[in-house]
Design a protein around this ligand. Structure first.
Ligand SMILES: [Zn+2]
Length: 143
């Protein structure tokens, strides 16, 4: 993700990096569970670690303790479809999140949860716009 600014700090203090990273995940969803929308109190591995799921942003989503605990080692999408609070827009958001498209994921979450803190989405879009600018400039220099 867009953590290039923090690289040096992270190298100095891996614990800080993990904490900042976990906090940033919660911030993206307005501190709400990606499955049910309740306050997120934990980070859930969509593909469980027991099945080789990695601790990377694409596989880690904010989840409430209830969802995290109930899902356990089940397939996330199988489990999710069986829940009363199942929302196809959230399922799509999780797919987008796993594809690394956080912008799309947050748009879908906002659709499912209109009171989601939009400031975070705007912030993410601004950062992506900056990245586009930088990469464009870099290509220009190369040419
Ligand atoms: Zn939940």
């Amino acid at each position: 993700m867009h953590n290039r600014d923090a690289v040096f700090l992270e190298d100095l203090c891996p614990k800080l990096r993990v904490r900042r990273w976990r906090q940033s995940l919660h911030t993206y969803t307005g501190k709400s569970c990606i499955y049910c929308g309740k306050p997120s109190e934990s980070i859930d591995h969509v593909l469980p670690r027991s099945r080789g799921g990695l601790s990377v942003t694409e596989n880690c989503v904010p989840a409430c303790l209830s969802c995290n605990g109930h899902k356990s080692d089940a397939d996330a999408f199988d489990w999710y479809r069986r829940q009363r609070f199942y929302d196809p827009r959230r399922a799509m958001a999780i797919r987008a999140w796993m594809d690394g498209d956080l912008r799309l994921a947050l748009r879908l979450l906002q659709w499912a949860q209109p009171d989601l803190d939009t400031a975070q989405v705007a912030d993410l879009e601004n950062r992506n716009a900056d990245d586009d600018l930088h990469s464009g400039g870099w290509q220009l220099q190369q040419a």
